[in-house]
Write a protein that binds this ligand. Sequence first.
Ligand code: GTP
Ligand code: MG
Length: 296
Amino acid sequence: MFKSGFVSIVGRPNVGKSTLLNLMMGQKLAIVSSKPQTTRKNMQTILTTNDYQMIFVDTPGIHKPKHKLGEYMVSSAKDSFKDVDLILFLTTTEDGLERGDAQIIESLKSAKAPVFLVLNKTDESTPEKVAETLQKYAEEMDFTEIIPISALKSRNTDTLIDLMVKYMPEGPKYYPEEMITDVQERFIVSEIVREKALRNLNQEVPHGIAVEVIQMKQNDKGMYNIEVDLICEKSSHKGIIIGKNGQTLKRIGERARIDIEKMLDAKVNLKIWVKVRKEWRDNTLFLNELGYKKQK
Ligand SMILES: Nc1nc2c(ncn2[C@@H]2O[C@H](COP(=O)(O)OP(=O)(O)OP(=O)(O)O)[C@@H](O)[C@H]2O)c(=O)[nH]1
Ligand SMILES: [Mg+2]
């Protein structure tokens, strides 16, 4: 009997949703950073074996939105509660209930799919704190399964996958075997650049960044010429992104190029243009242009 289904991965920002997705896929597809609100839109990845096909939906962290981009992110995440066969609710031992998990649990209660409580980052915690947290959460909701893991150290993640498969219904191969994601290469390219910007910039600068691929062409030697706009919110931010003698931008560009070359398995010539667009995170038209718009 072949099993298949959709699995949504939800939780507060920064709890390790994208890290877990990459681990289960056995390759890096979603970007990861130590800053909250890294993921901005839902992304599907597809894991096919001889026995099952699971489609994972990585979602933005659920938080209190402060602009239209944030509203889009939170509604995308919550949309994923519907029409899935299983929900993984990720959290950590860090006072999650006080920091927004209580509200997430309230919305999860009306979901039709079974909900697993997945306590991540156990490598950063103690067994006592893990046990205490699990007990506290179990009082809030009747979770189908409760699994402590470390996505970073692959701790207990095989058990998690086994349990997920157990709850998958009998079903068809929704996607061809060789397909691993529903997003295009262009999107992953823009995300890689954004990841390097997130990792190399501080305070409010990285959160106001968007990346748009304006050209991506392969020449007859197989090399890609890629040009992207790196959009920020203020001219002072533009200066910070470029850095002294252009050092910061150079570092972002080099790190991004290395990862893009790995992903495309080809040489890449990457050009980044830094642009300013005031308050774009509240500009609906521009958000739509960047692909931050509802599908329906
Ligand atoms: N120590 C530890 N760190 C982890 C673990 N899983 C993820 N992290 C780290 O937590 C940070 C956030 O990881 P992400 O995977 O980007 O988290 P996310 O939930 O997708 O975050 P958003 O996209 O912002 O909602 C990164 O620095 C990860 O390396 C873990 O099991 N243990
Ligand atoms: Mg993420």
